[in-house]
Each structure stands twice: as C-alpha cells, then as structure tokens.
Design a protein around this ligand. Structure first.
Ligand SMILES: [Zn+2]
Length: 261
C-alpha cells in the first residue's frame, strides 16, 4: 500500500505568496517516505498534519520554481539529523542541482553534501531507491529541465505530472496511470505560463482514463472559482472520478484507491 498526503494544494506565484492554501508539496509513504516538491511552508505543513519529516529518505524536486523547491534545504536537514547523519537521496531537475538558463541552482552545495546520493533527473530514465521504482517524465514548462514522475507500485502506476502545458508527449508518458495527479494552475491559457487549465485537464484525463484523477497545485483563480465544482465538471465531461485535493488530504493506493478528506 502507498499512502499519499497532500501537504499543500496551492500553486502558481500568487496563491503561493498569498498562501491562499498551503504549498508543502506531496508526501508519498511507500517502501520509503518520499517528499515531492517541498515548497514554502512544507516543514510546518508536515508537522501540522502529523507527518514526521525526519522519516523522509527521498526528496524529489521537479523544477526550479519557488513553490517546488524552497523548503528542500530544510527538509534535507530534517532527513539527515541536521547534516550529522548523511543519508537519503536527492532526485531533482538539472536546474535545481546544476542551474540552467539563469535558473538555479536552487539547493546549495552545502546541503547537497548532506545526502547519501543525488541524481539529476532526466525524462525517460528509471530510478530505483530502496525498493521504489520511479520513471521520470517530460514536461513542457518555463523551466526547460522540469520533470514529472511515475511511481511503479505492486498495485499499478501513480503519475505526478508536475507543472506543464498540454502536449502529446506529456500525455503519452503517463498512459499507464491508474492514479493521475494533475497540477491545474491557471483558468485560461495565455500562452506564456505553460500550466494546465481546466480545459487541458479534461483532455488529459479523457486521453488517459485513469481509475481516479486528482487535481492539485491550484492557482488563485482556480481556488476562488471552487475546486470541488471544477472536479465535478471534469468528472462529468470525462466519465472518470475526479477529486480536488485539499490541504491535508490523505489517499491510500492499493487494490482500491481510498480518499480521506
Ligand atoms: Zn512551475
């Protein structure tokens, strides 16, 4: 069984600095505990929702935007007893570790030195960490090195699509998802943001037909307009059950997928 805890469900700059909702990323508890995209307040959110960040063994950072990386360094300190006990794995986009096109590096060399191993994550490659098998997926985003993630489990594939515009390549990378987690950040596509809109989400979900789709990483206007209404609209348009995550939401992924809000 894999347990997923949504430590934050806001995304985009405005919902982040206004803290319309939390921006703590996603905690995945399988063979090991993995923290995906620890954004601003991830540390506080973890303790608030009764999760222990010292149990984390993998930190995954999908790209170099603040709501994805800003608490990564303090989370590395939590994972490594303040750096005294080097352990764990850092998996991150090239921009986060090396810097690219003026973005990043977003984690200091000092903090990178605290982990046991680190990898620059490249789309299409598979990463094995303590029994967890992960495949990095492409994105089409304003960080050109941004990546998503597919987690292969005994009960099927969980897809964390991350920030991206809609593209056939991205959709195809997630074709086996039983659980599809989409970042639906903007209401309308104005071309520059390279995020998913509700319209894009409908197309994405229709193409994949997962057992359940979860929308998260919602921007200020998506939250204002009502995430639950959006989930209902997406479900009726696609014929797939859709849940809008809220902060602290817990999901169990096994033979059945059980959501507790
Ligand atoms: Zn982004």
């Amino acid at each position: 069984m894999v347990q997923i805890v949504f430590l934050g469900t806001a995304g985009g700059r405005f919902a982040t600095f206004l803290q319309t909702r939390r921006t703590g990323g996603i905690l995945v508890k399988g063979d090991v505990q993995m923290h995906i995209d620890p954004g601003p307040g991830a540390l506080r959110a973890a303790w608030h929702f009764g999760e222990d960040p010292t149990n984390t063994r993998v930190i995954f950072v999908s790209h170099s935007h603040t709501e994805h990386y800003s608490d990564a360094e303090v989370m590395i300190e939590a994972m490594t007893d303040g750096g005294w006990n080097p352990r764990g794995t850092l998996l991150a986009a090239r921009s986060v570790i090396e810097g690219i096109d003026g973005m990043g590096p977003s984690i200091s060399r000092y903090h990178r030195g605290m982990v046991d191993s680190e990898s620059v994550v490249e789309p299409g490659l598979t990463y094995q960490v303590d029994g967890m098998e992960m495949v990095a997926t492409p994105t089409d985003h304003t960080d050109p090195s941004g990546v998503g993630l597919k987690l292969r489990t005994d009960s099927g594939v969980i897809s964390f699509v991350s920030d991206t515009a809609l593209s056939e390549e991205v959709i195809n990378a997630h074709s086996e998802a039983r659980l599809l987690i989409l970042n639906v950040t903007i209401v309308k596509d104005i071309g520059a943001a390279k995020h998913l809109t509700p319209e894009n989400a409908a197309e994405f979900i229709s193409a994949i037909k997962p057992e359940l789709a979860v929308i998260t990483h919602m921007g200020k206007h998506i939250i204002q307009d009502g995430p639950d209404e959006l989930a209902k609209m997406l479900a009726s348009r696609t014929g797939v059950p859709v849940v809008a995550a809220d902060d602290g939401m817990d999901l169990e992924f096994d033979d059945a997928i059980v959501v507790t809000r």
